[in-house]
Design a protein around this ligand. Structure first.
Ligand SMILES: Cc1cc2nc3c(=O)[nH]c(=O)nc-3n(C[C@H](O)[C@H](O)[C@H](O)COP(=O)(O)OP(=O)(O)OC[C@H]3O[C@@H](n4cnc5c(N)ncnc54)[C@H](O)[C@@H]3O)c2cc1C
Length: 631
């Protein structure tokens, strides 16, 4: 599995998605999202490399709340291990302002409270003033996931940059069970919100209506997009044991994502959803508690500005969901929330720690995005100041955002942005391999034909076979023509009345007709074939051979005519000869009687002379009668 094996290159949809609309609330095309992504990507990388977004607090020891996985084999691969920060003193490369704060904070540590040293350190990243709000907010109810993990005593700090999300080898029935339970959460009591569909249709925002309500489709796309994004990362950073390197594996990507347009589309859908949530967040950035870090605030604002100027409000229409002001709609939203919360908790059942960590970060990231999308007024209303401030507790939603939520949101944005970037890279690799494969096929065909004509190399077996096949066809045609002609002739000559009688003659004739070995081509013909070698095809080859066929046919036909003429002359000679022979034979047969007649004639002449009747003799008359040959 190390290197990328040859692919069956059928053109996949991911090469032609550019101008398509992502749908289900996202009115942008794939291409516009690609463009936005290339613009903001460098700033996003810079942001996640900041200490504030580098460290994440996580409880990796939580039990699976849904089934007993105690006896499940845990992934023992080195790639499943998470390097946790055992000692905060390990972190020596902190920026100056954070180091200062840490020292100040540590000096107050003993007298202040019983929070452990690590908590003190990370809390300092947020800022002392912000801590009260953070702990007060545990009870707020607008969350789409469990946000309390930060306060767990079992939680540890991890440096996300040291634990990249990539191929871990985790798989089989265990991971399958996790994904199955995640997708099973996509069952809602209220299946169709017809009122919502109707409104959405009128707004002309949706091009696809099926038997599911929009909320359910959105829920499914988020999960599937997350699943596809994970698959993209593990294909993009796949361990090649032969090269001992982490590298993109095109075949794996195609099998997991590339050949599934819906999965690709769901990645872009998630991108749109996260971008819209960040756009909303930026509108309330003054409520954000990123204390003591103007640098971080500025960096977030920079990305938000780029997104505002280069994407559109159409990137995601969250206002289309939970539209009705009814009990049903409120219930659907609660269900949506609790099901999403279940998904975040299923992450505790994952048997590979590294996968679990990134699974938890990303589900928390999406949970945070959903909170921003559905618990805040729409962007339009915010921009036009068209909302009742009492309906939305901005301070509670934005001000109480925990550091972990913000870190998860920004890192999830990075994950989905990296997926979009990788898809485009895979597309380039795919096109290159495709081109390479076409070139290889062309040059191998051309080489084979050239070699065959010039040197009869063994590589040309296929062409040789094709050539022989054509010669056989031609010979068969010629033989059949000649057979038919001869058959007619034999019948005409009445030498035999039936086909049975004719057959042995035809068989004999068959043996005389040249069968397989083709006549060598003339120099011109050979040259002609060589010129056309690049576009060699059996049909063209056949065409070129038509000339040969005609010439050969003609030559055999000529031979046949000479043969016939010779036979005719021979017959004539034989006839003459037989007449002569019969003449000679008849002479011999007639000889005694002729001699007898001569003797009688002579004796009568003597007798007549003896008796004195000389006038009786007419020698001319007898001559004519005796010597006129009657054959
Ligand atoms: C939370 C989590 C995080 C993980 N993180 C990593 C990681 O970082 N590195 C790593 O190497 N492995 C990770 N894994 C494992 C990885 O996701 C796969 O489960 C594993 O590689 C086995 O893949 P598979 O081919 O059996 O299909 P799976 O990916 O397990 O998929 C199971 C089935 O779901 C369907 N399916 C697949 N993709 C989609 C989609 N996008 N939308 C809808 N349906 C789909 C298909 O029918 C497929 O057969 C993680 C697993 C989980 C549950």
């Amino acid at each position: 599995q190390g290197s990328t094996p040859a692919l069956g290159f059928t053109k996949p949809d991911f090469c032609s998605l550019d101008s398509k609309i992502i749908d289900d609330g996202c009115d942008l095309t794939f291409d516009s999202i690609n463009q936005i992504n290339s613009l903001i990507r460098p700033y996003l990388i810079d942001l996640i490399e900041q200490d504030y977004f580098k460290y994440f607090k996580i409880d990796l020891s939580k039990n699976c709340p849904f089934w007993d996985n105690e006896n499940d084999k845990k992934c023992a691969s080195q790639n499943c291990v998470v390097d946790i920060i055992e000692d905060i003193n390990e972190i020596s490369n902190l920026p100056f302002y954070l180091k200062n704060e840490l020292i100040t904070n540590l000096s107050k540590l003993d007298s202040k409270n019983n929070l452990n040293q690590e908590d003190q350190f990370l809390d300092k990243l947020i800022g002392e003033d912000c801590q009260k709000k953070k702990y007060d907010s545990y009870l707020f109810s607008k969350d789409y996931c469990d946000t309390n993990e930060e306060s767990s005593l079992n939680s540890v700090y991890v440096n996300l940059q040291d634990n990249p999300e990539r191929f871990s080898g985790y798989g089989g029935p265990q991971s399958n069970q996790i994904w199955t339970s995640i997708y099973l959460e996509n069952c809602f009591t209220k299946e169709v919100s017809s009122e919502n569909e109707h409104l959405a249709n009128n707004l002309n925002f949706m091009s696809r209506i099926d038997d599911q309500c929009l909320e359910k489709r959105v829920f499914y796309r988020i999960i599937s997009g997350l699943h596809a994004s994970i698959a993209t990362h593990l294909s993009n950073e796949y361990y090649n044991p032969l090269a001992q390197n982490w590298e993109p594996n095109l075949q794996l990507f195609m099998q997991r994502v590339g050949y599934f347009p819906d999965r690709l589309s769901n990645i872009y859908f998630n991108y749109a959803l996260i971008v819209k949530s960040i756009l909303k967040l930026s509108k309330f950035s003054d409520h954000l508690n990123i204390c003591n870090s103007k640098v971080i605030q500025d960096k977030i604002n920079k990305i938000a500005d780029l997104l505002t100027n280069n994407s559109s409000i159409d990137i995601f229409h969250e206002q289309l969901l939970f539209l009705e002001d009814s009990y049903e709609s409120i219930y659907l939203k609660q269900e949506f929330k609790s099901k999403f919360r279940n998904i975040t908790e299923i992450m505790d059942c994952v048997g590979c720690e590294r996968c679990k960590m990134w699974g938890k970060i990303q589900t928390l990231g999406y949970g945070t995005a959903l909170k921003l999308l559905f618990e805040l007024p729409s962007l339009n209303d915010i921009d036009n100041n068209n909302y009742n401030i009492d309906d939305y507790d901005i301070d509670e939603i934005i001000g109480n955002l925990k550091r972990n939520e913000l870190v998860a949101l920004i890192n999830t944005f990075d994950r989905i942005s990296k997926s979009v970037q990788s898809i485009n890279n895979f597309r380039i690799i795919y096109e290159l391999e495709h081109q390479q494969q076409i070139q290889n096929t062309n040059s191998s065909l051309s080489d084979q034909f050239e070699t065959h004509l010039v040197s009869n190399d063994s590589l040309s077996v296929n062409i040789e076979e094709a050539k022989n096949e054509i010669h056989n066809d031609i010979n068969q045609d010629i033989n059949q023509d000649i057979k038919d002609e001869m058959k007619d002739e034999i019948k005409d000559e009445n030498l035999a009345e039936t086909d049975v009688g004719i057959q042995p003659k035809i068989d004999k004739l068959d043996q005389k007709i040249p069968k397989d070995k083709p006549q060598p081509e003339s120099n011109e013909l050979r040259e002609e074939i060589r010129k056309s070698n690049r576009d060699f095809s059996k049909n063209q080859f056949k065409e070129l051979y038509e000339t040969g066929k005609n010439r050969k046919y003609q030559s055999i036909k000529n031979k046949n005519t000479i043969h016939k003429e010779f036979k005719e002359s021979l017959n004539e000679v034989l006839l003459e000869f037989s007449a002569a022979f019969r003449f000679i034979l008849k002479s011999y047969v007639d000889f005694p009687s002729t001699m007898w007649k001569l003797t009688i004639w002579k004796m009568r002449e003597l007798w007549n002379t003896f008796i004195g009747r000389e006038e009786f003799y007419d020698s001319e008359a007898y001559k004519a009668e005796l010597f006129d040959l009657n054959v």
